[in-house]
Design a protein around this ligand. Sequence first.
Ligand code: 3AM
Length: 178
Amino acid sequence: MIRLFVGLSLPEDVIRQLALLGGGIPGARWMGEEQLHLTLRFIGEVDGPTFDDIRLALSAVQSPAFDLTLAGMGHFGDGRKLRALWARVASAPLLTGLQERVESVLVRAGVPAETRKFTPHVTLARLRDAPVGRVTNFLVAHGLFSAGPFRVDEFHLFSSHPSSGGSVYDVEESYALD
Ligand code: 3AM
């Protein structure tokens, strides 16, 4: 079995900008530079034949290249249980269009449909018992964070492998945008 997701990688200068933000929150596990990405669609564990089907299905996605900007910060979870801290992705209709096409080909390939709304984000840290005040301070301090615009001209099928330092992500296949 292999754990898969579809996503975008980020340019090196954007990764460096994001990596500089890390630190200062107890209970935060910050993503390393090589872990920073934008998830379009989490797939989960699949067997070998399904992996092949998914690789092939994604090659049918046709979507234009586009520019993306990161702007501000956000979080998942609430005051009782904060889960993740992330950089917000500024609204981009072509990103949403790409995500919809990916969703559509995956469902046609037999992957169960995603029921949750797509919230484009770049996870910076996973949180465990992080003090709400410290997280709030971080969100306020970096509310005006901005990176890009940068060009997105491909997307990737990633595999995810657990390791002691968090997940290791490998690009299994890349797909060019028009
Ligand atoms: O882009 P992020 O880091 O938010 O959280 C996981 C990560 O998203 C998410 O898939 C991305 C690559 O691992 N993920 C992991 N397990 C998941 C699950 N069971 C999941 N998303 C939804 N359901």
